[in-house]
Design a protein around this ligand. Structure first.
Ligand SMILES: C[S@@+](CC[C@H](N)C(=O)[O-])C[C@H]1O[C@@H](n2cnc3c(N)ncnc32)[C@H](O)[C@@H]1O
Length: 273
């Protein structure tokens, strides 16, 4: 029997490929990885279930990171589909799951789809000219992780663009609820372009290595691949107050731009009052 790992793309329930759809149809159980990305705003689990005519089981972080025992056991007897928004190996790599399945001699078939890692090409910067992608996590009162700053520095020194993927917090417990063992979860949070810029500038202020500043050119994107996607370019200062609307958001710190990249950049330039 086969464990299908299927990318759903970035839009809605209809972005699944025909191959993916066929695999879902013949699977006895369908799991949806629901903590590293999000389909289009109005795409609910119910919409997926209606379109695929199948019941969907939510695979949260706990389940995936604790080994997916039940799902793998099921795959030894029947075809099972594990759905991932975007591409299964785009940004979040589900390699642990593949290794576990291989250890149990379960055949795995991966069905790819669009990922933010390639759809980001819609802003006109050449995919070949990006350096390392960074993940920007929410700062807290006590922690401000900044290891990404060194990677942005390398990218900037080498004239490369930096894609910043922004934090998603779902099914998080408050410290108090965790300590008391209460399974009460905080509302989901998705980092905005504005929060990302604030954190970037805060760390530049602390590190002072002149990696970028508020006049650095950048691009904010939201809901890429969906009908209401937004792409807005400008300086960090200019984008700080722009409302990019509903999640998900991504951010790019531009490196050196070819003249065609510059021309394209200007077509998305923030409107000044
Ligand atoms: C772990 S990554 C995405 C992994 C996903 N499997 C993929 O291939 O696209 C999640 C982050 O990518 C970015 N992202 C994903 N989809 C997006 C979209 N449609 N528009 C803008 N940003 C997106 C957001 O910053 C989000 O927090």
């Amino acid at each position: 029997m086969v464990l299908y790992i299927i990318g759903l793309g970035l839009g809605d329930e209809k972005d699944v490929t025909i191959k993916g759809f066929e695999a879902i149809k013949k699977s006895s159980k369908i799991y949806l990885e629901a903590y590293t990305s999000l389909l289009g705003g109005s795409t609910s689990i119910e919409a997926l279930e209606k379109f695929y005519e199948k019941k969907i089981i939510i695979a949260d972080r706990e389940m995936v990171e604790s080994g997916c025992e039940e799902m793998l056991k099921e795959s030894t007897e029947n075809d099972v589909s594990f759905l991932v928004v975007g591409d299964p190996f785009g940004a979040t790599t589900h390699t642990d799951l593949v290794i576990r399945a291989k250890e149990l001699s379960i055949p795995v078939k991966v069905i790819h789809n669009a990922s933010i890692m390639n759809a980001i090409g819609c802003c006109g910067l050449q995919l070949y000219s990006y350096g390392q992608t960074i993940s920007m996590v929410f700062f807290t009162e006590t922690t401000k992780p900044d290891s990404w700053y060194d990677r942005v520095k390398i990218n900037r020194v080498n004239g490369m663009h930096t894609l910043c993927l922004l934090d998603i917090k779902v099914k998080e417990q408050s410290i108090e609820n965790m300590c008391r063992g209460r399974l009460i979860y905080e509302p989901p949070r998705f980092m905005t372009v504005n929060q990302c810029i604030e954190q970037l500038l805060e760390i530049e202020e602390i590190r002072k290595e002149k990696v970028y500043d508020q006049d650095t050119l950048c691009i904010g994107l939201s809901r890429v691949g969906q009908d209401d996607q937004q792409i807005i370019s400008g300086t960090m200062k200019e984008l700080l107050d722009v409302d990019f609307g509903a999640p998900l958001h991504s951010f790019i710190i531009c490196g050196d731009m070819h003249f065609i990249e510059k021309e394209y950049f200007e077509t998305f330039r923030v409107k000044k009052n």
